[in-house]
Design a protein around this ligand. Sequence first.
Ligand code: IPT
Length: 969
Amino acid sequence: MSFRTTGSTGSTTASSVGYVEDVSPGRGALPPRAWYASSDARSLSLNGDWSFRLSPTADAEDDSFAAEGYDAGGWARVAVPGHWVLQGDGAFGAPIYTNHLYPFPVDPPRVPSENPTGDHLRYFDLPGDWSSDGGAVIDGGAVLRFDGVESCARVWLNGTDIGEFKGSRLPHEFAVGHLLKPAGNVLAVRVHQWSAGSYLEDQDQWWMPGIFRDVTLLHRPAGSALDFFVHASYDHVGGIGTLRVDSDVDGRVLVPALDIDVATGEAVTVPVEPWTAETPKLYDGELVTEGERVPLRIGFRTVALEDGLLKVNGKAILFKGVNRHEWHPVKGRSLDLETMREDVLLMKRHNLNAVRTSHYPPHPAFLDLCDEYGLWVIDECDLETHGFTEQNWRDNPVDDDRWTPALLDRAARMVERDKNHPSVVIWSLGNEAGTGRGLTAMAEWIHGRDDSRLVHYEGDWDCRDTDVYSRMYADHAETERIGKRLDGGTHKRRQLPYILCEYGHAMGNGPGGIADYQRIFEAHERIQGGFIWEWIDHGVTHPELGYAYGGDFGEELHDSNFVCDGLVFPDRTPSPGLIEFKKVIEPVRIDGDGSAGTVRVRNAFDFTDLSSLAFEWAYQVDGKTIEAGALSVPALLPGESAEVKLPQPPAGGPAGEALWTVRALLAEDTAWGRKDHQVAWAQLPVVERLLPTVTPGGGPTASERLIYLGPASFDVRTGALKTIGGIDVTGPRLDVWRATTDNDEGAWNGNTCYSRLWRELGLHRVQHRLDGVELGADALTVRTRVAPAAREVGLRTTYRWTADDSRLKLTVTVDPEGDWTVPLPRLGIRFGLSSADAVTWYGGGPGEGYPDTKSASMVSRYHSTVDELQTPYVRPQENGVRPDVRWAELGGLRIDGDPEFGFAARRWTTEQLDAAAHLTDLQAGDTVWVNLDHGQMGIGSQSCGPGPLPQYHLLAGPTEFSFVFSEIG
Ligand code: IPT
């Protein structure tokens, strides 16, 4: 038996691809440097259609394809940038989704022999003006840049091997000037899906090989810039900024708007407007070297750790953030600029102020957008070794010196590429990689290279290497303890600010409980906010399934729809979670006393006053605006609040429930939102609602088959409602079940899995026993007991029907029997209508809302359709309930609730919804099923995080609620 000390494969045929399993980061690449697009040096995009050949192993084909003159006529084509597994209609393999498990045996740095390998070929000519004499040698040099290739590539230009690299979401550049010809250049890139680098890239996402970011040839004229570092700080006391641009090639730094014209390396201090995420003031400048003009977009700001807080420009900031993976349902992690801009605009329009680039540096253009529109960024390195948790972190690369060069290479590629972005305020070493010397080495290197930002890594609970105490999914109680500084920990940790780098797991319906988090964040200065997990569902557009998720491509290991846990759906439509988050983090807090006619407005921005906002009031009665007008609110400074008087309520208006709705809107168009875009709002009750009443106009009468009461008829034997006026109704009866949500299915940290508890108890299969149908003097009473087989628990349920001529009232009384140790999923009634489409309701909306997800629910009058009421969670589950509904109309019926109710209507049953795996499984039936909920269990975030807080539990207890039904006009 032979003994190997390095990662070479040891086989002769495979030795030509030994680099694949080598822990080293690569060979031949230039040192990392700042990423920019030159003002005048030319560049040639090599994106486009490439010739492509897929092989099953790393060494199935030799490298003759890289030679000049190779005939690739028979090859397929792929789009670059792109992932080959998303092209070729399945001919090029398929994506694989695992969460933290490696989809190959863990034996670092070895990878499977089955290693899909894509050979890519591209021919190109140099633009004529690259060479002053039109000759074969271009002036100066040229650099070939790859912005992202997963996971390992070897590169040849015109038959010459120029190197190979790993580090999928990081740039790699090669000097190629000496190899270029005016025409007929051939670029050959061999990409291996698996490599030693894959061990460092175990992020919770699809494994998708390919050249997925741009390939560019950059002309480097003699005297052009190399690397440069823009240092632009802000002194908030003096209102002055200091600029110094260090450059490897000497030159001048020009900022016309500030009259700056200084040499590189020279500091200059001038009065400036600072950059913040709220005021993203950028000064256009230029670095001018002998051979090149480099555009600079300078934002002056100072990030500091002071008094145990993260301060920017002297102020502690509060992150209202999200974790963003790069995702497009068709293109995977290959995003174009417009998609990136869409993300940024959506974030700004939903009041977010921060992004963690989980878990790798994004396409560099995304950071340009963050600079431009204003978002705080935690830039995270392309590093995760989560799968080693399965073996107690044994052999973890981050604690093995052989891997340290690769880790340092990754740290340097991130920092050097992104160091000139004012939006980046924190460097993150990576995610879920355990602990180890390699991480310490990365932190030391970063601190040494850039002391103007903080270092983050969540896995370092002692904060040995980091400048911020960061956790994920800590529950509310622990978060509060940390906020109160009662959590203990190392001395260093106790001096540091706290953030939740992940919380509020947005998988399926939810996340619940984020308003409760926000209250805690805002009550304790040590807590500097958090980042919802995560921005977008990584669903893959699929011809039969709508959106595919883990397992849909036949993966042997997968984590199902855990990859669909975003605030926006795969097509970037906001999900209710994003609407909720927008409300929870709104930068203006409005409350007050509606009946006293006063409203209190507090500025919750960190830097800006309220002058960019216009306030409006509206006086509404039963959801209709009676009068509206402008509200004059002083331009409060951050943290300030004021009481503002509302006008006199309009006189002589209609009777009914009255409330003020106060809104804060953009006063003018901004870079990210139009004038009148709503930023914040609140409703203040004035006059309470009149509850529906029915004065019984007589008692029930029975014929041979039916019982009649007011406008309704019932089955004489079962007491089940059959008709209201001319409308057929399928038996309203008690409903305690909901199609379990991803959060109901979760059992995070050993917490209760509600779905399991409920199913074990049998709440999805309760039986309705009829105990009596009683015709009384003015009421029909139907007595039942609702209970699951095999269990002693039950719900004594009485339906009491009364009526006048036109209206029918149902009063439901529920008395639990037995030992109810679990909360109920839902409590209410369900019935079927044979036809219904348009829906009108007065109550919460416009979107869905559940007990702990309804901050954004605004009471108003809404119109919709049954189809539009559905929230299209990628994996179907409970959805679409409109909360606090006073009345609803559909299918010719009007329903008034006492008290308010949760309203849902769908073209399938709860059972069908529960059984569906994809939206395409849901087929509309003949009946519209309507749920009128007296209550539902909260949603929580237990797919990864805490469950619903106790105050949102729906406990079985004696309960009464009622509805009045009438036929519309
Ligand atoms: C956490 C990961 O950091 C993130 O990438 C994602 O997988 C998330 O969970 C769940 O969607 S790690 C987990 C152990 C809390």
